[in-house]
Write a protein that binds this ligand. Sequence first.
Ligand code: PLP
Length: 387
Amino acid sequence: MVGLSTNIQKISPSSTLLITSMAKKMIREGKDVISFGAGEPDFDTPVAVKEAAKKAIDAGFTKYTPADGTAELKQAIVDKFQRDNGLTYTQKQIIVSCGAKHSLYNVFQAIVNPDDEVLIIEPYWVSYTEMVKLARGTPKFIRTKKEGGFKASAKDIKTAVTKKTKALVLNSPSNPAGIVYSRKELQEIADIAVSEKFYVISDEIYEKLIYDGNKHVSIGSLGGDIFKQTITVNGVSKAYAMTGWRIGYLGAPDDVAYAVGNLQSHSTSNPASISQKASLAALHMDEGEIEKMRSEYEKRRDLITGLLDQIPQFSYIRPEGAFYVYTDISKTGIKARDFAGKLLEDKLVAVIPGEEFGSDRHIRFSFAMAPEKIKEGINRIKSWVKP
Ligand SMILES: Cc1ncc(COP(=O)(O)O)c(C=O)c1O
């Protein structure tokens, strides 16, 4: 019998892609579009990384590698986790995949049984929910409030736990709201995870983009028990401006890592050999280069929030990390998807509607773009949103 699976039909199309493809089409037509949509750094990939890739090609490093990544890259990741995060993994607990998105997808496939619940904190990155559904699990949302900084407390999490709870997805710093959990908050969440026995999938992809002198804390580093229940996901896309190279990785308990490696060996096999060499160079790079990009993002965060403050209908939680401002537009009386559509049409400014993150009252601005563009884009909006 022909026809799609019922499971695949549960997956929603992404409005991020819709808006960004509309914006791109308009740019191709020669329109002067300013896009706050992109979830990627506007910096070029560092020279040392590009050179390592060229060298890999010239040296003929262009064949299959072990499906879960080369030993040298896995060792660099083991060292990175130890150095930056206080996490002690062995090489066999590391799996390298085609982007952090792929790592996350693999994890859900590896641990979720049909009807298992996975706790997702709102606002959330939309792919978590769709990946859980693809694994035939059920996303269970934990609602948060602006007054609480959009953070889920240990109590909120405990209330959401049922017998079916398999995992909690934690994303700090977060997309879309730039939330950063403190050590104390993470410790309380870790205690619940250990006492209620569920996994924590800690998506730390924005780890290096953190502001105001804060320091990122990995939940898995907060004790031996939570370490055994944590799957730490990271990658090179955001910190090293390498979104197109597609390298993500995870550190996990032995059985989870083994299952993910097995799944990957029968699906994608290894991530591109050349990208692995490039990522090795990235992980060995001087931290000073990352710091330059991080401090530039911090300046842009200050710029965009200062400009948004001049629009009385907007409010937001000041982002402490990542490169997004999740902005409440409910005072305009327009639902997010309509707001984004009309804004693009009228003022040629692209933003991501909050429906994507669980709210029709918010839009997301990315500030991974040149300061002049930020100024021009927000000025266009200012003149468009009438008091
Ligand atoms: C929260 C979050 N996790 C993971 C990813 C995936 O990153 P990658 O490019 O490594 O697949 C993204 C990318 O936008 C993200 O925003």
